[in-house]
Design a binder for this molecule. Structure first.
Ligand code: NAD
Ligand code: WQD
Length: 362
């Protein structure tokens, strides 16, 4: 008997595929919905190769409520949802904001409505540290605790903080309305997981990040420099008030992050109803130069870079205070940023074309 059945939206994507693997390994059945906008079905083969089981898969758009209803009807055992499906390119979000609000916010509303109609009441949501914006504008907010005021500085971040509000308002309204009516009710549970900087790949070299277009995050770009697909890394700014002048981020191994979803889901299914936000980060900040050094060390040679001006919208320091997740979810990172570099290098050197080639022999 499975522990339960989970609908994973965006489950063929980077973090969704690792979370699906963690859920299957923990005994859950998984049903994935994804439009394949930024992922490929090959992820399902790699999940199966590692888990020995294949999740069910439906290629549908998250804004399509009717299609979501059909999936719930076909899988009445689904009792929880982990919601990853979204557009996530910060730069693009300010160029086509309506599309970001339509897919991210509209898609989340469609999902909640369909969940509600189908009596599915547990939701784990992919939020982001980007909802905090520049936490250095407040005293004593680095490392960043969950009570740091929200203040996203870009459209993508605003979609995430809006969805947090939509989920919270809905869950709180459910309780208030039904309590007022004195009716028996199934209370909703929600986890808003604010990830810091996810990175790395599966230690086997079989599963990793495979975006459909050009990557824009630091480590995938460094990976392309190492495989010769890119001439050099552009380091955005050396004039930050940090230990070496470059900006600080909290890099979290995707395997740790996936486990964070599993423990959050287990917590929701076992504890008091309601909605709560948790930071998923390591608590350790690394500068851009420290990342370049760590990745060069695993590659075994210096990687070419050039310092250019700061990137618009970047902030000095996004380091998590993960105490709440450590204590309440009993979750903490086990894998270091150096281990993420090692696993990423195994992934990109074995699969320079991502999922568009055969997996390496185990
Ligand atoms: P990803 O692009 O690899 O995964 C997102 C998945 O959603 C993809 O498989 C994509 O095809 C799918 N999708 C996009 N639009 C869709 C739609 N309209 N209908 C159905 N599916 C759709 O990204 P990821 O890095 O795995 O991110 C997963 C989630 O985590 C996203 O919500 C993202 O905003 C959030 N997040 C990511 C990061 C990060 O740095 N990777 C950090 C914080 C939060
Ligand atoms: C990391 C550091 C850059 C590229 C973004 C989103 C955030 C979350 C994670 C989704 C920064 C520097 C980068 C390059 C560089 N995603 N850099 N040269 O900006 O911290 O966070 O991804 O939710 O919401 O904003 O991540 O990997 O782009 O950058 O010098 O070519 O590397 O300036 O200091 P970021 P990143």
């Amino acid at each position: 008997m499975p522990v339960g059945t989970v609908l994973v939206t965006g489950g063929t994507g980077y973090i969704g595929s690792f979370t699906t693997l963690a859920l299957l390994d923990a005994g859950y059945d998984v049903v994935i919905v994804d439009s394949l906008y930024n992922s490929s079905k090959v992820a399902l083969d790699r999940i199966e190769l590692l888990a020995g089981r294949r999740p069910d898969f439906y290629q549908i758009d998250i804004t399509d409520e009717k299609a979501l209803d059909e999936v719930f009807a076909k899988h009445p055992s689904i009792d929880s949802v982990i919601h990853f499906a979204a557009l996530k390119a910060v730069g693009e979000s300010s160029v086509i904001p309506l599309e970001y609000y339509r897919v991210n916010v509209g898609g989340s509303i469609a999902l909640l409505q369909s969940m509600s109609r189908n009596n599915v009441t547990n939701i784990v949501f992919s939020s982001s540290a980007t909802v905090y914006g520049d936490a250095t504008r407040f005293p004593n907010m680095i490392p960043i605790p969950e009570h740091c005021p929200i203040g996203p500085t870009n459209t993508y971040g605003r979609t995430k903080s809006m969805i947090e509000d939509v989920i919270s308002d809905y869950i709180n309204a459910q309780r208030n309305n039904l309590e007022k009516e004195g009716k028996p009710f199934q209370q909703w549970n929600g986890a808003l997981l604010r990830y810091f900087n996810p990175c790395g790949a599966h230690p086997s070299g079989i599963m990793g990040e495979d975006p459909q277009g050009v990557p824009f995050n630091l480590l995938p770009l460094l990976g392309q420099v190492a495989t010769g697909q890119r001439e050099k890394l552009l380091v955005y700014g050396e004039d930050y008030p940090s230990r070496d002048g470059t900006a600080i981020r909290d890099y979290i191994h995707v395997v740790d992050l996936a486990r964070g979803h599993l423990v959050a889901l287990n917590y929701l299914r076992a504890n008091q109803p309601g909605v709560k936000a948790w930071n998923l980060g390591s608590g350790r900040g690394s500068t851009v130069f420290e990342i370049v050094k760590a990745f060069s060390a695993v590659v075994g040679r210096d990687l070419k870079y050039e310092v250019v001006a700061r990137r618009a919208g970047d902030v000095l320091d996004l380091t998590a205070n993960p105490t709440l997740a450590n204590t309440e979810l009993n979750w903490k990172t086990e894998l270091t940023m150096e281990k993420a570099c090692e696993d990423l290098w195994r992934w990109v050197s074995n699969n320079p074309q991502g999922y568009r080639q055969e997996p390496p022999a185990e």
